[in-house]
Design a protein around this ligand. Structure first.
Ligand SMILES: [Fe+2]
Length: 333
């Protein structure tokens, strides 16, 4: 027993904001106006910025090779052949990061609004692993343009980069691509491990490019602290492939907590008609997702045919993308 305990203690690291998070630089950001939403000056995306220190990246890289950890977290999905789901549930160091108010405050300064780690831990963090592709195959695509159901997405590179000093190839690919509504593409490359990109994943079409190294990304999502800001988090798609019961329970509890916060917001802002109307509009939109959850989750559990609704789509044409951003059921605001 003692041996097992000491093994676990050895594996874990105690999270220390000043040691494990890079805060020296303030990333350049683009607003939604720049990305195609005229006159909307809220946050759209960042340029890549250093986020995790070398010690943090090395620790997470080691975890991705730990068989015991992998046996609890690793799943294969058609759109993500190797994904470590809710890794924070199985590691105290990772859990400390997604519970850290200091990290939330650091990211809030970048976004320009108060943000919090996502209330659904299954969506608050995942590790995606894509196998290396040959340099002449970098156009290979795992997943096409899409938007996420969570408000904000943080993609952190935690790969083992090829070492040119050892005669290995120059690292290529592995970028996040962000699409402006006029069709132009912003390429956001991660020059070294530990770099991150943060963007409004529910409003900005994005995809990743293949890399000539084994690309590992730690993907985290965030929500806005203000509960009148829309959060259409949808877990149906991901639940198809991992722990349906655990995810359904956690999701429902998260949604109920959120409704409670929204009622409190109404009470606190009862004299402000504009705020009350904004909240009710948000609730209307979030109910579309909840009704889809109600219609599908029990059928999924029972092994019956179900409909995923708006989730799980990737898009190719400009028209399809525009419809997803502004049409019925869009999740943007
Ligand atoms: Fe995404």
């Amino acid at each position: 027993m003692n041996r097992i305990l000491s093994k676990i203690q050895k594996r874990s690291l105690t999270f220390d904001f000043s040691k494990h998070i890079e805060t020296a630089s303030n990333p350049k950001t683009y607003d939604l106006d720049y990305l195609g939403y005229t006159n909307d000056h809220r946050f759209g995306c960042t340029e890549p910025f250093p986020f995790l220190t070398t010690e943090t990246v090395d620790y997470i890289k080691k975890l991705t090779k730990n068989e015991q950890f992998l046996s609890k977290t690793k799943y294969s999905m058609p759109f993500a052949p190797c994904v470590l789901r809710n890794p924070a549930q199985n590691d105290d160091f990772l859990k400390a990061i997604i519970e850290s108010p200091e990290v939330e405050s650091h990211l809030s300064k970048i976004v320009g609004e108060e943000v919090a780690w996502h209330w659904n831990p299954w969506d608050a963090s995942n590790i995606n692993i894509s196998e290396k592709v040959e340099t002449d195959q970098l156009e290979t695509q795992v997943f096409d343009w899409h938007i996420d159901s969570q408000p904000l997405t943080l993609v952190i590179n935690i790969s083992e980069f090829p070492d040119e000093s050892k005669g290995e190839e120059k690292p290529q690919g592995g970028s996040t691509l962000i699409r402006r509504r006029n069709g132009e593409v912003l390429e956001l490359p991660h020059p070294t491990p530990g770099y991150a990109t943060l963007f409004r994943g529910c409003s900005v079409f994005h995809k990743a490019t293949a890399a000539n190294y084994r690309r590992q990304t730690y993907v985290k999502t965030l929500t806005f602290k203000d509960p009148s800001q829309m959060d259409c988090d949808d877990m149906l798609w991901a639940a198809e492939y991992s722990d349906k019961i655990g995810q359904s329970e956690t999701y429902l509890h998260g949604r109920l907590d959120r409704f409670q916060k929204q009622f409190e917001y109404l009470k606190d802002n009862s004299g402000d008609k504009e705020k009350c109307e904004r909240l009710l509009k948000t609730v209307d939109r979030e109910m579309i997702v909840m009704r889809q959850f109600a219609d599908s989750i029990f059928k999924m559990h029972a092994g019956e045919k179900y409909d995923l609704g708006f989730v799980g789509s990737s898009y190719k044409t400009q028209e399809e993308m525009e419809e997803a951003l502004t049409g019925e059921g869009s999740r943007m605001f």
